[in-house]
Design a protein around this ligand. Structure first.
Ligand code: SAH
Length: 213
């Protein structure tokens, strides 16, 4: 696994591109500068790793576009030490961003192949999630709830109730909701029963795979 000055230069440029697109959280931009994204994707795409684009990974899934990762991370305003649940580990790139932001990360992946691959890969780069789980994101992670923040990185056909229920009061769930394209939707838990909802624009994600019974 090689990371060079050239890669570093490309990462700096990517951070500048993201800044021009409206990402202004310096900690998020620094995470983009720090993480060797070219190592998270197939080497055949290496030359393009620092373009602001999604790419195929294993099991017909994708590594999200850097802008999307940065937007979700900035919107959730992750603070050091917060307990964060991620649905859709995928390549682990978003997981690495959360870890750079010093969150305590639990991440669930539904595809076994990706779960195995990413579980081996992240520690090699020094990224240590609290727990990587092979399971179904629709259920969340009741045994570790409540969470400060929950981030969903696949397009959800509807908002899974358990995820709202697993937020702390004051906590935030960020989830792209819809079929072909999704509306990025932020829920803030105001009390045991009240949630504030904000719609933050259109995005395109691979679909969240169906619930497992
Ligand atoms: N954050 C990842 C995004 C990967 S794409 C990255 O940037 O690499 C979305 C991921 O969500 C895929 O890996 C997919 O397998 C996973 N996924 C889809 N449905 C899921 C579910 N029900 N529970 C957990 N993970 C799911």
């Amino acid at each position: 696994m090689k990371d060079t000055h050239k890669h570093q230069g490309l990462r700096n440029q990517l951070a500048t591109v993201l800044e021009a697109k409206g990402i202004n959280d310096q900690k998020v931009l620094q995470a983009v500068r720090n993480i060797p994204r070219h190592l998270f994707i197939d080497s055949s795409f290496e030359a393009h790793a620092y373009q602001d684009k999604a790419f195929p990974i294993a099991a017909e899934q994708t590594i999200s576009q850097p802008y999307t990762v940065a937007f979700q991370s900035q919107t959730l305003a992750i603070n050091s030490g917060e307990k964060v649940l991620e649905i859709g580990t995928g390549s682990g790139y978003q997981t690495a961003v959360l870890l750079e932001l010093k969150a305590v990360v639990y991440s669930i992946e539904r595809q076994k192949e990706l779960f195995k691959k990413t579980s081996l890969f992240l520690p090699k780069l020094g990224y240590r999630a609290k727990k990587l789980i092979f399971g179904d994101g629709y259920k969340g992670l009741p045994e570790e709830a409540p969470f400060d923040k929950i981030i969903v990185t696949a397009g959800a056909p509807f908002v899974p109730k358990p995820l709202l229920g697993q937020l702390k009061v004051g906590g935030k769930l960020l989830i792209p909701v819809g079929d072909k394209t999704q509306i990025m939707t932020l829920f803030i838990r105001k009390s045991a029963k009240e949630f504030e909802k904000h719609e933050l624009g259109d995005f395109a994600f691979v679909p969240m795979l169906e619930e497992k019974n």
